[in-house]
Design a protein around this ligand. Structure first.
Ligand SMILES: NC(=O)c1ccc[n+]([C@@H]2O[C@H](COP(=O)([O-])OP(=O)(O)OC[C@H]3O[C@@H](n4cnc5c(N)ncnc54)[C@H](O)[C@@H]3O)[C@@H](O)[C@H]2O)c1
Length: 374
């Protein structure tokens, strides 16, 4: 084993580890994948063989206690994140943690204290910021290319197959269906997917002021919600944001993800192909040169290759952060890399949405005395 590379461990060897973390560490000349952990033997063996990883731990504690690991990715189910982050921080390991970074604000508070006390780097894995198309929009918003923004709306659908009322434990484990069936999750589809766009909204438009939500469970074979609309207002502007998200939609599995940003002199329309594939994102700008001139449209596409997809730029930024290198090779400013504060804010908006549905009120942020359940 060479000693000058960053020594990486990955906890949880399912979908996101295989798509968004392991292939990047494997390819990076700066890192060495030394260990993986997963309680599921088949997932562990699969990634050890695929990426030639010497150590495989069934118990994540063993990876967290391994002194030969400098930095880790946490890709386990939501409920395991907090404990694993705290243990990693106590053992001096830097952390890239999947969203939602925790399921309660209290546990995120404990994570933050452990990170600060032990001086480790923590990055929230909300990779949409690193998508070249979304970064382009951030830059254009800062330039005020379409004037003052006043509205944004996202419609994001996946169509999940109906697995009947009692899917087998094998299917649940193999296909990651714990997110629909396990009480420990702390929430349903909104908790799973909301943090992505709530992170983008905050990055683009600043802190959220209030949250109002309507949340439903359409498919009864889930424990929690599979359909929602969330309305946000912002502290420093009058922008309205609408987040519409569903897994109850009938259509193709990977569904659709489309959005709009309206400004006083133009509109951006974006069509986001599923992140697991390499199809380019397209952004259309519609605008008039003067108030009375004809409507013009400019289309920009953002081609993807495996080294520049959002996940790759996220993981490469984490590696650079930990090594204290400039992030110029990624082309993503260091100050935009998502922190624990960003991860916490995304979770807070999800929890405020649940509170809004429960009370049928608009919830002002920061939320106080949040009760997790009825
Ligand atoms: N950023 C993204 O785009 C993105 C995409 C998918 C999932 N995620 C997040 O990543 C996490 C994992 O989701 P997934 O889709 O990869 O799930 P998955 O079920 O495909 O993989 C999770 C793996 O963790 C293992 N596991 C279960 N309990 C564990 C524990 N206590 N410690 C370690 N490993 C454990 C499972 O056996 C499984 O192999 C979730 O929090 C999810 O929200 C993020």
């Amino acid at each position: 084993m060479s000693t000058n590379k960053l020594r990486i461990g990955v906890i949880g060897c399912g979908t996101v580890a295989n798509i968004g973390h392991l292939p990047i560490y494997h390819k990076s000349p700066l890192t060495e994948l030394v260990a993986v952990s997963d309680p599921m033997e088949s997932h562990l063996k699969h990634v050890q063989e695929r990426y030639n990883i010497p150590k495989g731990y069934k118990n994540p504690e063993d990876l967290l206690n391994d002194p030969n690991i400098d930095a880790i990715s946490i890709c386990s189910p939501h409920w395991a994140h907090a404990g694993q982050v705290i243990r990693a921080a106590e053992n001096g390991k830097h952390i890239l943690c999947e969203k939602p970074i925790g399921i309660t604000l209290e546990e995120v508070g404990n994570m933050k204290r452990a990170i600060e006390k032990n001086g480790v780097i923590f990055q929230t894995a909300t990779q949409k910021r690193f998508d070249l198309g979304f970064q382009f929009l951030k830059e254009k918003i800062l330039e005020k290319e379409i004037g003052n923004i006043f509205h944004t709306a996202i419609s994001w659908y996946h169509s999940m197959p109906d697995l009947g009322l009692n899917p087998s434990q094998d299917i649940i484990q193999e296909a990651g269906l714990w997110r629909m069936t396990n009480e420990k999750c702390g929430g349903g589809d909104l908790l799973d997917h909301g943090p992505h766009y709530f992170d983008l909204f905050r990055w683009w438009f600043g802190d959220v002021k209030s949250v109002s939500a309507q949340i439903r469970r359409i498919n009864q074979n889930r424990l929690n919600e599979d359909h929602c609309t969330v309305l946000l207002s912002f502290r420093e502007s009058d922008i309205i944001a609408v987040f519409e998200r569903s897994e109850a939609f009938i259509g193709s599995l990977y569904g659709e993800e489309i959005g709009r940003i309206h400004g006083t002199t133009g509109t951006y329309f974006f069509d986001v192909p599923h992140e697991y594939f390499l199809k380019p994102m397209t952004i259309k700008k519609r605008f008039r040169k003067t108030k009375t001139s004809k409507l013009l449209e400019v289309e920009t596409t953002f081609p993807k290759d495996r080294w520049n997809i959002s996940y790759a730029r996220e993981v490469r930024s984490f590696i650079n952060q930990v090594l204290g290198r400039s992030n110029e090779d990624v082309g993503f400013p260091e100050e935009w890399i998502p922190t624990i504060k960003d991860g916490r804010a995304g979770l807070e908006i999800v929890l405020a949405s649940y509170e809004s549905q429960r009370t049928q009120n608009t919830i002002q942020l920061p939320i106080k005395d949040y009760k997790h359940e009825d």
